[in-house]
Design a binder for this molecule. Structure first.
Ligand SMILES: NC(=O)c1ccc[n+]([C@@H]2O[C@H](COP(=O)([O-])OP(=O)(O)OC[C@H]3O[C@@H](n4cnc5c(N)ncnc54)[C@H](OP(=O)(O)O)[C@@H]3O)[C@@H](O)[C@H]2O)c1
Length: 232
């Protein structure tokens, strides 16, 4: 597939959650390099140093904080072109019968509920212009067509749900110009992925950045890895 891409994102506004480190920081940096005004989400804004970003306090488990962040973007820029739901936690690695309820709740709350609420809050701005994009940073561990097992139940279920959000958004709002896609970054060397992981954060960020550059009318409602469509 060879979609039309924006080479230059100047004049466009992006919000990236979980931009303090790892893949999110690379996504924020990549979008800023393309000229976008990037709101870089962090639970603690002091974790964000780069000057080319606008740090924004954003804990995705905090509904009021989510709405305040979107209000600030509306007041300061009047637009939002790209939402990247990147923030995530790994959650319990145990199998479901051994995982604590608290750790299951925290994982679903961060990875799934947070993305759903952020999309809900951002939709009015995203829909103001043709071609608003939502990029959900998912995982192959949430793919329904790959064998699930090997622990991390809440993480897998949260990412399967995030993929569901992607298809929902495209189905509900695609006719109004929204382009929603999910990306699997592969196994990436970050705090979450660990040092054994073969991919760099920049490699993991490549497909999410590419999806954020999709021009109006580009394919949506798909799951991507390495710029190719993969099975849900
Ligand atoms: N690494 C991999 O191999 C891999 C593979 C597949 C998918 N992914 C996905 O890629 C995304 C980024 O992962 P990563 O490997 O870059 O992880 P990471 O290095 O652990 O970074 C996670 C980011 O999420 C933020 N975050 C966590 N909870 C949050 C909350 N409640 N509100 C706002 N931000 C929160 C963290 O912020 P703080 O600094 O405040 O903690 C941090 O910026 C995740 O969605 C992950 O599931 C990663």
């Amino acid at each position: 597939m060879d979609p039309d891409l924006y080479d230059d994102l100047a004049g466009q506004v992006a919000l990236v959650t979980g931009a303090t480190l790892g893949i999110g920081r690379e996504i924020a940096s990549g979008l800023a390099d393309r000229g976008a005004t990037v709101y870089a989400g962090a639970r603690d804004r002091s974790d964000l140093a780069a000057e080319e970003w606008r740090p924004i306090e954003l804990d995705v488990t905090d509904q009021e904080g989510i709405e305040a962040a979107i209000d600030r973007i509306r007041e300061e820029t009047g637009r939002l072109d790209v939402l990247v739901n990147n923030a995530g936690i790994g959650g319990p690695s145990d199998s479901l019968d051994e995982a604590s309820v608290e750790s299951i709740d925290a994982t679903l709350e961060t990875n799934l509920r947070g993305s759903v609420l952020l999309a809900r809050a951002a939709l009015p701005l995203l829909l103001e212009r043709e071609g608003g994009r939502v990029v959900n940073v998912s995982s192959g561990m949430g793919a329904l067509t790959e064998a699930m097992g090997g622990g991390s139940p809440a993480y897998r279920i949260s990412k399967a749900g995030l993929n569901g959000l992607t298809v929902y958004l495209q189905g509900e709002y695609g006719d109004r110009g929204l382009v929603a896609n999910a990306a699997s970054p592969g196994w990436v060397s970050t705090d979450m992925g660990g040092t054994e992981a073969p991919r760099s954060p920049a490699e993991g960020a490549d497909t999410p950045i590419w999806l954020a550059r999709f021009a109006p009318g580009s394919p949506g409602g798909r799951f991507w890895r390495d710029r190719e469509v993969i099975d849900w």
